[in-house]
Design a binder for this molecule. Structure first.
Ligand SMILES: CC(=O)SCCNC(=O)CCNC(=O)[C@H](O)C(C)(C)COP(=O)(O)OP(=O)(O)OC[C@H]1O[C@@H](n2cnc3c(N)ncnc32)[C@H](O)[C@@H]1OP(=O)(O)O
Length: 442
């Protein structure tokens, strides 16, 4: 039985009919049909070149999908008709927005089309059906993380939050930041697993771009799932408790030897989550003080890490990669803009072009000095004094979390100022003091 109503939102009849004309069956996976679920999982893993799971692994690996809506395309004329030739999964999630707010978003994942069936418009059918399902559910956004940056723009998605990978030359990175009260404890990872979601919930309130994590993701992060247990031995866990003994942050890391020189271990930080600046400082200081270490690497960090400003030699914290990570597709402009906070009082008119006919129109966004905003469709002319911009739905999706400036987009020719100085005025209103970031793949 589906556990949630959204899992039964059907695929649109016209999409199913279009694929049926090509001899393909498009529909939802029956979550009560174990064989169908197993075949869907195998097709999904195959699509990403993952190992084919053995029968004993299937139930465990399928666990998170029990809370998702799963759709598939089957080709009854294929040699193995039971295994889908295309897969997609989706679920509603909370997306953190500027001003410590959040909005519902429709997360899309597991988009695969079998190599034998590619470039015939099947993924287009899946994506258009997902956007229809998201709207039927009432989500103002659809979000995803991408394997390639060239696929999803055509469906109205655009990068909205970014991540950085860091390589830290540990001996040059002498700690000069604060030394907070409280203690870092080496802890047992299964106990920390229970505390981690609460710490993360508090930590992510201030970080636009984060979405809900799910239980199996946590289990995997702590090497507690069948497929991650083999790596459990090398995983180290530390927790920071504040002066009152309250857990406020934790880090997970692995230490590996580099050849025969025992002074040059490499530390890979797999997670560092801090609900307070003290926890952040204490955990980084702990890592930078580890003995016998030459390098610390970490992925999926903010593009604007305070750490850079907490070490003696800022060049010891090297950014090795910056990439788009969360892609967003705006579906309901008034609902989306009512669900974030604003940096300043202002009045913006947005002329939004959306070739898919989803989010287009003229909107008036009015924000007050307390950071609240109201966004309504506007029939007439822009009010006097309002900053007036014309842009497409993708540009709007990128601006939404405050991670890309309107001025940069104006300079890039991606938005047009309809009133002088409109981009700078929009930046004053839309900017986020915390760089948007998403710290997981989904
Ligand atoms: C959210 C996620 O799950 S991200 C993961 C995406 N999946 C993967 O990377 C797994 C490996 N790749 C695949 O499974 C498939 O190649 C997919 C899903 C990327 C594309 O599936 P297809 O059925 O071949 O795509 P389809 O034929 O519907 O193409 C739709 C459009 O995207 C374009 N397109 C498809 N694949 C790509 C690509 N890799 N790069 C750029 N454009 C692409 C097509 O040209 C087409 O453009 P148009 O409709 O504007 O003319």
């Amino acid at each position: 039985m589906p556990r949630h109503p959204f899992q039964s939102v059907p695929v649109p009849a016209h999409q199913a009919a279009a694929l049926a004309e090509r001899g393909l069956r498009f529909g939802l996976v029956d979550l009560d049909d174990e064989a169908q679920c197993a075949a869907w999982l195998r097709a999904d893993l195959r699509g990403f070149y993952g190992d084919d799971p053995d029968d004993g692994e299937i139930a465990d690996r399928f666990t998170p999908f029990r809370d998702s809506r799963l759709a598939a395309v089957w080709d009854d004329s294929a040699a193995d008709p039971a295994t889908p030739v295309a897969t997609v999964s989706s679920w509603p999630t909370r997306l953190t927005t500027p001003g410590e707010r959040d909005v519902e978003a429709w997360a899309i994942s597991s988009v695969t089309v079998a190599p034998t069936h590619r470039r015939r418009g099947i993924a287009r059918g899946l994506l258009e059906a997902e956007l229809a399902a998201a709207r039927a559910h009432g989500a103002p956004f659809a979000v995803l993380t991408v394997s390639e940056a060239t696929i999803y723009g055509r469906f109205g998605f655009s990068p909205a939050a970014f991540t950085a990978s860091l390589a830290i030359e540990q001996r040059r990175a002498t700690w000069t930041g604060p030394v907070p009260d409280g203690r870092v404890h080496l802890v047992e990872r299964t106990a920390l697993r229970q505390q981690a979601p609460d710490i993360e919930r508090r930590a992510r309130r201030g970080v636009p771009g984060e979405i809900d994590r799910w239980p199996r993701l946590w289990d995997r992060m702590f090497a507690l799932t069948a497929d991650s247990k083999k790596d459990a031995g090398s995983l180290r866990a530390v927790r920071f408790d504040d002066a009152d003994g309250e857990p406020q942050g934790f880090a997970l890391y692995r230490v590996a030897e580099q050849g025969s020189d025992f002074t040059k271990h490499r530390v890979t930080v797999t997670e560092l989550i801090a609900a307070t600046p003290d926890a952040y400082a204490a955990l980084w200081r702990y890592l930078l003080d580890l003995d016998l270490v030459s390098e610390i690497t970490v992925d999926l960090r903010s593009v604007d890490e305070p750490l850079r400003w907490q070490v003696a030699d800022a060049r010891a914290v090297r950014t090795t990669d910056v990439t788009d990570h969360l892609w967003a597709r705006i579906l309901d402009v008034p609902a989306a803009f009512a669900a974030r906070g604003y940096a300043a009082e202002g009045s913006l008119v947005l002329d939004v072009d959306d070739p898919d006919g989803i989010a287009g129109g003229r909107y008036l966004l009015t924000t007050d000095a307390d950071g609240a905003g109201e966004c309504v469709p506007l029939d007439g002319d822009a009010p006097a004094g309002a900053a007036h911009l014309a842009l497409d739905a993708r540009a709007l999706g990128s601006l939404y979390l405050g991670g890309v400036s309107a001025s940069t987009f104006a300079a890039a020719g991606r938005i047009t100022e309809q009133s002088p100085g409109a981009a700078v005025a929009a930046d004053a209103v839309l900017r986020s003091p915390i760089a948007p970031r998403l710290s997981i793949w989904f």
